[in-house]
Design a protein around this ligand. Structure first.
Ligand SMILES: Cc1cc2nc3c(=O)[nH]c(=O)nc-3n(C[C@H](O)[C@H](O)[C@H](O)COP(=O)(O)O)c2cc1C
Length: 193
């Protein structure tokens, strides 16, 4: 039972105030190796029906960020005409934040419905945001075209049954965004009669 003595006020404050920070506003320093391990361990501490662990991570850091941006830009340029500005933005896509974690949804053939496995993977994703904030970093969960593109998925080594749940850009915020409009919970809730 929750009493005022066992409430975790710093956790509540973090959850009430956390905001995503745009990837272009994230810079060095990024998480250390130990901090990255902490983020990944917390990410994995989610409810997981029948312990299927239907997710995995791909870490993109150092010079691999530029490499991935350039390869994805080449993929995009074969598909559509890009302005000079768009080419630059594509090339720089992973070069702002010092660390990018790709969360791969990797469902398992099992009687547990894929829908439940996806929910568990979504919880992993939000734990990355929360753990990053708790360590003092900013983060942004991004999909964009790259998450749904077959050539981009191939470049990242995804198997046919896997999908990209998100690219998590993590680093030190250059500026903190103001809060955004939040849902009115009265419009979200009904009471069973
Ligand atoms: C699955 C998913 C994909 C998202 N993809 C993008 C994206 O491609 N580009 C983007 O600007 N924001 C994207 N967002 C939104 C941001 O991660 C974030 O929700 C938004 O910036 C405000 O979040 P906050 O309430 O945590 O501050 C995505 C969110 C989710 C849940």
């Amino acid at each position: 039972m929750n009493t005022s003595t066992n409430q975790n006020l710093s956790a509540l404050e973090l959850l009430m105030n956390r905001r995503s920070v745009l990837s272009r506003n994230l810079t060095e320093p990024g998480p250390s190796v130990e901090q990255l391990n902490t983020i990944l361990e917390i990410a994995c501490r989610v409810p997981d029906h029948r312990k299927l662990e239907p997710w995995r991570f791909i870490i993109v850091k150092d010079d691999k960020r530029k490499k991935l941006g350039e390869i994805f830009c080449d993929i995009r340029q074969k598909q559509c005409d890009l302005s000079e500005e768009q080419v630059l933005a594509e090339r720089m896509r992973y070069s702002h934040a010092p660390l990018v974690i790709v969360v791969v949804f990797s469902p398992v053939e099992h009687r547990t419905p894929v829908f439940e496995q996806l929910l568990s993977c979504g919880a992993v994703c939000q734990h990355i945001n929360i753990a990053s904030s708790a360590l003092g970093f900013g983060s942004q969960w991004v999909t964009n075209w790259c998450a749904f593109d077959k050539d981009a998925k191939k470049e990242l080594g995804l198997k046919a049954h896997e999908s990209i749940a998100g690219f998590f850009h993590i680093g030190t915020p250059e500026c903190f965004p103001k809060d955004r409009a939040r849902p009115n919970i009265n419009e979200k809730v009904t009471f069973y009669k």
